[in-house]
Write a protein that binds this ligand. Structure first.
Ligand SMILES: Cc1ncc(COP(=O)(O)O)c(C=O)c1O
Length: 362
């Protein structure tokens, strides 16, 4: 479905955070200049540096911290007006780190940033990673699924060149919580990171037992942290078999169309402002009737979101993008209908006008 190479391996994990953590552990071990399993981060001769856009999810930072790489060695690279990583700024930062004597070892691309749903230019990132001999990982937690849409497939171009991918099925694929997935192109690198004990011993043991190594490297406990685990791949397998690719494609497309619809309603209204281009299934917007300062707009829109939370009938979230408070509709529900978006739009306007007149009275 995702056009990732068939020779790649992978494992079902608990969600996007664990999927990223698992992939980054493999990246770290594969690109460390020491045997990471025995020496650990205490043995590396040069500081290992990771790069991601400033739209990257905070679970990436947590992974970097937990893997002992250190949050200071994660470089947050600025994004352009479309919230895509700036390739020139990335190149300059890598160059500076090389001059400083560090080891730039991993570039992380974002397929669907959590705030705005933006997609990096993956072919440019893959080219750069290849030139710099770096690991290329993509956090595609929800964004990967544009690949099965009719109109937005191109956003994921180049993802298939990544060394590893983190994907969720419990976000945009409408499945129950607890289903993420790490895919790794070099399955032996994946296996050697998580397998118990030292590489030389397991290969020896496998060969001694006369087993086919390809069988062993599909064993989930050798590819992720848990040893005892439930049959976690059964749920996604059954759901995919039951509903089939066509239905998922249709639903993904439906959510994209709904995001475009809401985006259009907002663009056409002088009282509303679109805060970021609608790239996929996320719409960032605010009530902005004109003539107000940034501080007043923040205040007004915070009142709106507080009122929305009281209603509890449906939920949108909020965020801060490029320093400005925004309402954020992330559309991942297969039951949403077009009229739901008319309702959201009208309600935000109604709440906004009411909050504005209350503020004027004060
Ligand atoms: C882009 C992205 N990456 C990673 C995650 C973390 O995934 P999970 O909540 O499944 O651990 C999220 C969750 O919001 C996300 O949007």
């Amino acid at each position: 479905m995702l056009e990732y190479p068939k020779e790649a391996g992978g494992v079902i994990v608990s969600g996007g955070s664990e999927a990223n953590y698992t992939a980054l552990a493999v990246a770290r071990n594969a690109r460390a200049e020491v045997d990471m399993k025995s020496k650990g981060m205490q043995g590396v001769p040069r500081r290992m540096i990771v790069y991601v856009s400033d739209g990257g999810h905070h679970c990436l930072e947590r992974s970097i911290e937990l893997l002992g790489i250190g949050g200071k060695n994660l470089r947050w690279i600025p994004t352009d007006d479309d919230y895509k990583i700036k390739i020139d700024a990335l190149k300059d930062t890598i160059d500076r780190d090389r001059v400083a004597g560090y080891n730039p070892f991993c570039i992380i691309g974002c397929a669907g940033t959590v705030d705005t749903g933006a997609f990096d230019d993956f072919n440019a990132l893959a080219d750069l990673a290849a030139r710099e001999k770096m690991w290329f990982h993509v956090d595609a937690a929800f964004g990967e699924w544009v690949k099965i849409s009719k109109t937005h497939k191109h956003l994921a171009d180049g993802i298939e060149r990544a060394d590893s991918l983190a994907i969720d099925l419990h976000k945009w694929m409408y499945m129950p919580y607890g289903i993420g997935c790490t895919l790794v192109r070099d399955k032996l690198a994946h296996y050697t990171t998580f397998v118990y004990g030292h590489e030389a011993q397991y290969i020896k043991a496998a060969k001694d037992l006369n087993k086919d190594l390809s069988d062993i490297i599909y064993s989930a406990p050798s590819l992720s942290l848990p040893l005892s685990r439930n049959f976690s791949s059964l749920r996604p397998y059954m759901l995919l078999r039951a509903h089939g690719r066509e239905k998922y494609s249709r639903l993904i497309q439906q959510n994209i169309d709904q995001a475009l619809y809401l985006g259009d309603l907002i663009k056409r209204d002088a009282e509303m402002e679109l805060m970021a281009p609608v790239a996929s299934n996320v719409v960032c917007f605010r009530f902005n009737p004109g003539g107000l300062t940034e501080t007043e707009l923040d205040r007004l829109n915070k009142i709106i979101i507080d009122e929305i939370y009281k209603i509890r009938f449906w939920i949108i979230s909020d965020s801060i993008i490029k320093g400005r408070f925004t309402l954020r509709a992330a559309i991942t529900n297969h039951r949403s209908k077009r009229e739901d978006f008319d309702y959201i739009y009208n309600l935000v306007k109604e709440l906004g006008n009411k909050a504005l007149s209350d503020l004027m009275k004060k």
